[in-house]
Design a protein around this ligand. Structure first.
Ligand code: ADP
Length: 258
């Protein structure tokens, strides 16, 4: 039996007393690339934040590599995280390399200057994501796809075992989305990572992941792709229409009742 990267039992999460996750049971084996799908407000980001130790479970038990997530967060070396909106100010006057180096702060501390080794690790991770030539460019001046690569390189700087990506392909065109998926898959293999990836892009996820988790407050489906209509409908809570690409749902469109 492979070691579990994530082991969640009977998890409930609440905001102001209102449940947003109910009775979540989820086991993710090490080495898997898992896509988490669900409509807006389904609790996907909340689930990631619980796994990252940023939100405490209201009820239930969560373990990441056998540890309580909050403890891992304080150690800062197990989980790499790409948040949904990593760049609050697109004109922030820092270079691509500076942004990647921020991934080392958990290790070096905010007040210490990054060492030569920190720089080497940052540059190696820029190489891994295919953009070492952009190191000196201001972060606001590189494209959306390149920015996602920068933030993935930053997440890799903690030298993680688990990489958590919240909407890594949002607002990218189809080619750039495929490039990001291919890169994530390659990084997973090269670095022996387990990867959790939230996405709205049902077709892209179905083509690239080992397992799909459909969530809408509860887990509706957890299986290997391809995923059928019923699983998606039960999670998305509406009738859905597919444009198929072989066996794979390529796009899901809500069918309006009116
Ligand atoms: P998703 O990532 O699937 O879009 P979220 O986990 O962000 O969903 O949100 C789940 C629900 O919790 C939504 O109804 C959202 O409005 C609510 N929510 C998220 N964050 C907070 C918060 N900090 N305070 C109160 N409600 C929140």
């Amino acid at each position: 039996m492979p070691e579990l990267a994530v082991d969640i039992r009977g998890l409930w999460a609440f905001y102001n007393g209102t449940p947003v996750l109910e009775e979540i049971n989820l086991e993710i084996e090490t080495g898997k690339l898992v896509g988490i799908l669900g409509p807006n407000g389904a609790g996907k980001s909340t689930l990631l934040k619980v796994i990252l130790g940023l939100i405490a479970p209201g009820r239930g038990q969560v373990r990441v590599f056998g540890e309580v997530p909050r403890k891992l967060r304080h150690r800062g070396e197990v989980v790499g995280y790409l948040p949904q909106r990593p760049l609050s100010n697109p004109h922030f006057p820092v270079s691509v390399l500076d942004v990647v180096l921020m991934g080392r702060y958990g290790r070096v501390g905010l007040l210490r200057q990054p060492s030569r080794r920190d720089r080497e690790i940052a540059i190696r991770n820029l190489e891994r994501v295919g953009i070492p030539h952009l190191a000196a460019r201001p972060i606001g001046e590189v494209s959306g796809g390149e920015q996602q690569r920068v933030f993935i390189a930053r997440a890799l700087c903690v030298e993680p075992r688990l990489l958590v990506l919240d909407e890594p392909t949002v607002s990218l065109d189809a080619c750039a989305q495929d490039d990001v998926y291919d890169m994530v898959h390659r990084l997973k293999e090269e670095l022996n990572l387990t990867v959790l990836m939230v996405s709205h892009d049902i077709g892209g996820v179905a083509r690239h992941v080992d397992d799909i988790v459909c969530i809408n407050r509860r887990i509706h489906v957890h299986q290997a792709p391809p995923i059928g209509r019923l699983g998606l409908e039960s999670a998305f809570g509406c009738s859905v229409e597919y444009l198929f690409h072989g066996q794979i749902p390529h796009r899901v469109v809500k069918i309006h009742d009116d």
